[in-house]
Every structure is written in C-alpha cells, then in structure tokens.
Design a protein around this ligand. Structure first.
Ligand SMILES: [Zn+2]
Ligand SMILES: [Zn+2]
Length: 276
C-alpha cells in the first residue's frame, strides 16, 4: 500500500468516528457536564495537533514503515518461520494490544511516566476529545515503544495499520460521553472497551484510576485482575479527573503542555505566588 492511501484511510476513519461520537454525545449524553465543551475542546484538539505535527517531524518512517523493513530483513519472532497471512496478522494485532495494555500500566506505576500520562487524566469531563488528549512526550515514547514491539514480534504491516486505525477509533468511542443501553454495553464489553468501562479509569479515586487499563480489547484487564465493572459512586455521581489540577485554568493548552514539569501539590503556585 502506498503512503498516501495509508494516510487517507487513517484521516478518513478518524474524522468519521469523531463526527459519529460527537453526534451521539449530543443526542444522548451519559453525564451532565462539569465544565462542558467550550473550555476543553480547543485545548484537547490543540494538543492533538501538536502530537500529530511532532510525530510527523520526528518519525520519517511510521510504525508501519518499521514493519515493512522488519519483514524485508526477517526480523522478529513471527518472521522466523512462514505463517499464513491471517493468523500472522491476528497474532501481531493481539501482541500490539497486549503491549499497549502493559505500557498503560507502566504509565500509571512509574512516577516519571505518570507525570506525563496524568495530563490525560486531568481532564475535568470525559468525552470524545479526551480520547485524543495525550501529552506530546507520551505520544513520542509510545511510538518508540510500538516500533520496538513491531520489530521484536515482527508484526506484519497490515496488522500495524489495522491496529492504529482501530485503536484510534476505540479510544474516541470509549471516551465518549454517550449513552449506550446497559444490555448492549454488557454484550459489546465482551469484545471491546465500552464508554462505561473506560469511564471508571477516569475516576478521581486512585483505586478506580488504577483499573481498566485496556483501550481496545477488554480481556487483558480480566486476565490480569485489573477489571472493575462500575464506579463506586455510579456513572452520574462519580467525579472525573484527579485530586490535583482541578482549577479550570489548568484546561488551557499551555497548562496541559507544562503540566508534567510542575509540582502537582501546588499546580498554580507559579502564577499565584510572588510579589503583588
Ligand atoms: Zn490511564
Ligand atoms: Zn482515558
């Protein structure tokens, strides 16, 4: 597949899913807003733009390019022996998803990584744009990690493209503030992470934040004991965000970018202290 077709598929799929989720949230919202769209959307989409530009500048070859090189040179576990294409692609997809689950756990457990990832959690509401709100350094580290996994496992290029398109779509889906009938949630939750399942992960309670790490396949959480079915306070009453960074000024784009470098105990101290 040539690069232009690859980009067209990604951008087209992303815009389509974004529009569908935004419409769903508008027609059937799950929760009342705490601060709403206006203070959040420009920053959440602004940080996405920074991420896209940074990745374009830093990585002349994307993860899919690495997959093509690995296949040509015979690198990676799956390239040791020939595989039929479909099982090879499925195994590659599964391996990438497990790796991203493990990476997400690491971003919570390692203090330096948590400094980067907590920006995703500091959003005071959760909706489709929260699924796109990640610190640029987290995105770069995540891309390097994904490339390493692609080389080590020998993930085929088609599985890398499918994984990135699906992960992008499920992230927008499972962050959306959309109401899904409970019976449908129970069925869909067996196959992919639903909005009700991921919302638990955005709870202000740390024990709930440290659960439901899956972005895509819901099975790893059940397998490794990090699954929580519901938030303790219920979906309507639960508080979204972190105990810190609750000032609405923290939703500004510049505050999102500088958040990892600031002390979370006094997040606004640098603006409010000093001579007056
Ligand atoms: Zn997280
Ligand atoms: Zn999230």
């Amino acid at each position: 597949m040539d690069m232009n077709a690859d980009v067209a598929i990604r951008v087209g799929a992303a815009l389509g899913i974004f529009a569908a989720m935004a419409l769903w949230e508008l027609l059937a919202p799950r929760r009342a807003w705490s601060v709403g769209r206006a203070p959040r959307w420009p920053s959440n989409l602004g940080v996405l733009l920074l991420d896209v530009v940074l990745v374009r500048l830093l990585f002349p070859v994307a993860a899919v390019g690495v997959a093509v090189i690995a296949a040509q040179r015979g690198w990676g576990l799956l390239n040791i022996t020939p595989w039929p294409p479909v099982p090879e692609a499925l195994l590659g997809f599964l391996a990438l998803d497990l790796a991203i689950y493990a990476q997400h756990v690491a971003f919570h457990k390692v203090p330096l990584l948590w400094r980067l990832h907590r920006m995703h959690h500091a959003d005071l509401d959760i909706d489709v744009t929260t699924g796109l709100r990640f610190h640029p350094i987290e995105i770069v580290l995540s891309m390097l990690f994904k490339m390493a996994v692609v080389v080590l496992i020998g993930v085929p290029a088609v599985a890398v493209i499918a994984f990135e398109v699906v992960l992008n779509a499920t992230s927008m889906f499972n962050h959306s503030n959309a109401t899904m009938p409970l019976w449908l949630d129970r069925i869909v939750r067996l196959l992919t992470v639903t909005p009700d399942m991921h919302r638990v992960h955005h709870s202000i309670l740390r024990r709930e934040t440290d659960s439901n790490f899956g972005f895509n396949l819901p099975w790893w959480d059940r397998l490794f004991g990090t699954y929580r079915a519901e938030p303790e306070a219920g979906h309507q009453a639960m508080t979204i965000g972190l105990p810190v960074f609750r000032d609405s000024r923290e939703l500004r784009l510049d505050r999102l970018v500088t958040q990892p470098f600031r002390n979370d105990a006094h997040p606004l101290a640098d603006e409010t202290s000093g001579p007056r």
